[in-house]
Every structure is written in C-alpha cells, then in structure tokens.
Design a protein around this ligand. Structure first.
Ligand code: GLP
Length: 242
C-alpha cells in the first residue's frame, strides 16, 4: 500500500475510495475493517483523516460500527434499498452486486419548459439528455433518463458517462448531489422497456422521478425505471410525536 501524498483531491476522499475498493473487492460482507491506528499507519495519514473517511462510508451504509467490537463491512441488504440519497453505483455495491452501465444515448438539447422549470434554468438552455441501462450482478436492473444542465456542468457530455455520474459530478465539478426530491410511482413495461430490461411486456416497474441538488443548485433531473421483481425500498418509520 502506498502512502497518500498531498494532492488536489483531499486525502480523506482518496482514502474513502481506497477503502471502498478494499471493502468490496478484498474484504467482503461481515469482514472486519483494520483499526483506525492500523489504517493511519498504513496510508501515513492522521487518525482524523481515517475517521472522516470511515465515517462517510458508515453513513453510506457500506461499513457499520459495532459497539465495542470495531468496524465491519456491512452485509448487503438482500434486495432492499434504504431511504438515503445514494447513487445507483453505491446502492448496488451495498448489496454486493457488480455494476454495469450501457450508455444508450447522450444528446445535447435545448431544455423544454418543463425540464427548465424543474432544473431552475432558462427555457432552451442546453442540457445533456442521457439514457443508460444499469445492470446489477450481470442482469438488467433499470433504465435511466437523466437531464443535466450544461450551463452548470460545462463539457459534461465529453466525459465517460458509463461510470457513476455522481462520482463524475463530485470529482470534476465539485457538485455531487447532497439533496434530492423524489417521487415514486408504478408503471408497466412497454415493449421497448421490456426488451431492454429482459422482462415481459406488462411486467411491473418502479419509477423514480428525482431532481437532485448540490449545495442548493439543481444538477440533475432523472427518471429511473427499475424492475419491480428485482428492487424494493426499505423504510424505517417512527410515530409522529404529540
Ligand atoms: C440512482 C438514481 C438516479 C441517479 C443515479 C446515479 O439510480 N435513481 O437519479 O442519477 O442513481 O447513479 P450513478 O452515480 O451510479 O451513475
């Protein structure tokens, strides 16, 4: 393991990426993560840096702290996704599934009135309309149509769009979504959707319409169609007080 030298990307963020790879590729669910002291020594960083990186991965759900025992790689929640703002990539890694992405289309277009309103941009301002099929564990999971405001994300269309778009927004534009509004509904698959998702026409889909914001500024407007036979959402509910 090489020590982390100062660079443009903060050390805790780079350490976070290394730990994510370590947790998913080497350790696997249930395995103990080396202690704060060991990680600090191995990567020649302060314990505060380790704490910050590990804390972020605990918040993402990839790692979990067990009181008095240490930190462990969280078990993938079979088919349930918790209600937090996760990217597809994070969501699937949490479940222990390998992610695949096929870019189906990527076009720069003038924003329609409806899209402009949702993204809080001018009508006809340029947006990237990105269609992708997302696979998990080697099987189709979802189709996503994302609309991205190019005035805020200049040159986005020229990047590799087959990876995590949230990582790209974070790393290249310092605009990783930190809040989103999302509406969930149900539809049945039409012929095209069924073909792309390897299911029969008329099978159920969960539809997520999400507008995502980075520090209060809208950076994406997405509709995702997930196979309902492969995807569920878990909600922890508490009673209202009073
Ligand atoms: C989920 C959300 C989408 C979001 C995507 C980003 O699937 N429903 O709204 O665009 O994650 O995922 P990634 O960063 O892996 O491209």
């Amino acid at each position: 393991m090489r020590p982390l030298r100062p660079g443009p990307v903060p050390k805790h963020r780079r350490l976070r990426e290394i730990l994510t790879a370590m947790a998913t590729d080497e350790l696997g669910p249930g395995a103990a993560v080396p202690s704060e002291r060991v990680l600090a020594e191995r990567f020649e960083v302060s314990r505060a840096t380790v704490r910050e990186a590990v804390g972020a991965l605990v918040n993402e759900g990839l790692l979990e702290r067990v009181h008095g025992k240490g930190t462990f790689v969280a078990a993938p929640a079979a088919v349930d996704a918790a209600l937090h703002l996760a990217s597809f990539t994070q969501d699937m890694i949490r479940r222990g599934l390998a992610v695949g992405t096929e870019v189906l289309a990527a076009e720069v277009e003038p924003a329609s009135a409806e899209r402009a309103q949702r993204l809080r941009i001018d009508v006809d301002a340029p947006v990237l309309v990105l269609w992708r099929r997302r696979d998990a564990g080697g099987q189709p999971m979802a189709i996503e149509r994302g609309v991205y405001p190019l005035g805020r994300l200049p040159g986005l269309e020229a990047h590799d769009l087959a990876g995590s778009i949230y990582d790209l927004l974070g790393q290249r534009y310092d605009a990783r979504p930190d809040r989103a509004e999302q509406v969930v509904s149900a539809e049945v698959a039409d012929n095209d959707q069924a073909r792309m998702l390897a299911i029969g026409p008329g099978e159920p889909l969960l539809v997520f319409a999400r507008t995502s914001f980075a520090r209060g500024v809208a950076v994406e407007d997405v509709v995702s169609w997930y196979r309902a036979d492969r995807y569920r959402i878990h909600m922890g509910l508490t009673a209202e007080r009073g």
